[in-house]
Write a protein that binds this ligand. Structure first.
Ligand code: SF4
Length: 467
């Protein structure tokens, strides 16, 4: 040794390292060697693609089989063995199953549309949707690793085939971005762009990278969720890393989708400099309850994915049975904000009809307002007067109850009596008082005046807490 400190091991390397947790397998594939199981090609080749295969793996009654058989020609089906293994086969309402396996309910479309977001109407060239000022969406393929039953872009994924060669349409999409300097952020989507052959993916990503006004290339993908093995491939990771401007937009809808395999690929992507953001679709039976949503948001943070959007389920054909009320979304947001770390809070959005774009929805935190102040509500139900500007307040003595007292300034807050935070405060106060009494008993002559205020300013007294 020459006295130099040993070089730190490359913490980005996985090699044979397996993250904690036990990978799951359906009994059908239990004997498949690990090398094959970890091979994305094997996973794709062995994906469940027909009702005939489903019939052997899950219990269906004859009516259900007939109904989903009829739907086979309408909506594509593909479930890699990895994703299928996350299903609890004994539960017909299993949330992983609901997202991936054809349901007879897909036939009941009331007012659902093929293109609910009217993306095609905002399409200057085939494949591009240019709706917002500084960003556009680029559909690069019709292929996905799994065909989600709720997919908004079914009209694109239902196109059969997919071609490996770079087409004139592909070139036109790149030209469009190049000719529009206002575009700073390109959302590369599909289908799933990470199903593209490497050469074609590289063409899209490196062409976009080389356009100086493009700052961000966002890849919208469910590959980390449904076929993480695709991202074990160093060639794929090299293409993504060498693009430099890539942000990965993941799509996880249920905490059970966050597996050791997912943890592994998240670590690889992060180590190669790609920020990870997630969008979740709110779906009846899948994640429309607070406990599931909290678990999901926490699980995402554990693998360092930032929850970004919670989408209200779009009115797309074949997905009406997944749609919830807006109140359900607001109820969930009410139970997230303040209760979980701010990092774990997605923005709840509705994608407006007629191409109106994403509109954020929030529970109401602004309760009342006057010229002088607003009354705000926090997650605990505390109502608090908040004066935003530094101007003298005239206290009106006329109001003596409710929110009006806060507006008039006779009270500063109304706190729920059972607030945990206030109970903790009382506890701290008691402890402090007991300590002070103890100290004064041991030194009965000591009497300390509070230090004088600096700069001669009036010392601020703490806000009175009124319950
Ligand atoms: S991966 Fe995305 S594009 Fe493909 S089916 Fe699922 S939601 Fe639709």
């Amino acid at each position: 040794m020459d006295g130099q400190p040993a070089r730190q091991q490359d913490t980005c390397s996985f090699d044979d390292e397996e993250p904690p947790g036990k990978p799951k397998r359906h009994p059908l594939w239990r004997k498949v060697p690990k090398k094959l199981w970890d091979d994305w090609r094997w996973q794709s080749q062995n994906a469940i693609r027909s009702v005939r295969q489903l019939r052997d793996l899950l219990p269906f009654n004859p009516d259900e089989l007939e109904a989903i058989g009829k739907l086979e020609a309408e909506y594509k089906l593909a479930i890699p063995p990895y994703y299928f293994s996350l299903i609890n086969v004994a539960d017909p309402n299993d949330p992983i199953r609901l997202q991936s396996v054809t349901s007879p309910l897909e036939a009941n479309s009331n007012f659902e549309l093929e293109d609910p977001l009217e993306e095609d109407k905002d399409s200057p060239v085939p494949g591009i949707t240019h709706r917002y000022p500084d960003r556009c969406l680029m559909v690069t393929t019709h292929v996905c690793t799994m065909y989600c039953r709720f997919c908004t872009r079914k009209r694109a994924t239902m196109v059969r085939g997919g071609w490996d060669a770079i087409s004139r349409d592909d070139e036109r999409m790149i030209e469009y971005v190049r000719e529009h300097p206002q575009i700073r952020d390109v959302i590369v989507s599909g289908g799933d762009p990470l199903t593209l052959p490497p050469a074609k993916l590289k063409y899209f990503l490196h062409s976009l990278r080389d356009i100086p006004h493009v700052d961000v290339i966002r890849i919208g993908t469910r590959v980390p969720t449904t076929l993480p093995q695709r991202l074990y491939d160093p060639e794929m990771l090299d293409i993504l890393e060498s693009t430099e401007k890539v942000w990965i937009q993941t799509h996880f809808n249920h905490p059970r989708e966050i597996t050791p395999e997912v943890a592994r690929v998240c670590k690889s992507l992060l180590c190669r400099g790609m920020p990870l953001n997630n969008h979740t679709v709110l779906m009846k039976g899948v994640n429309d309850d607070l406990a599931t949503m909290r678990k999901l948001m926490r699980a995402l943070l554990r693998v360092k994915i930032r929850p970004y959007y919670l989408f209200h389920c779009d009115p797309v054909i074949g997905a009406g049975h997944f749609r919830t009320s807006i109140w359900k979304g607001l109820e969930i947001m009410e139970g997230l904000r303040g209760h979980l770390s701010g990092l774990a809070i997605p923005t709840y959005v509705v994608d407006a009809p007629h191409g109106g774009g994403k509109i954020p929805l929030l529970p109401n935190y602004l309760v009342s307002a006057s010229d002088d102040c607003v009354v705000l509500r926090n997650y605990e139900g505390m109502l608090v007067r908040y004066q935003a500007e530094d101007k003298p307040t005239t206290i009106e003595e006329t109001a003596n109850r409710g929110v009006s007292q806060l507006i008039q300034g006779t009270k500063t807050a109304i706190v729920p009596p059972d607030s945990e935070r206030m109970q903790r405060r009382r506890q701290y106060l008691q402890t402090k008082k007991a300590k002070a009494e103890e100290e004064s008993a041991s030194c009965c002559d000591a009497h300390e005046e509070p230090p004088p205020a600096k700069n001669g300013r009036r010392r601020l007294t703490p806000l009175p807490v009124v319950s």
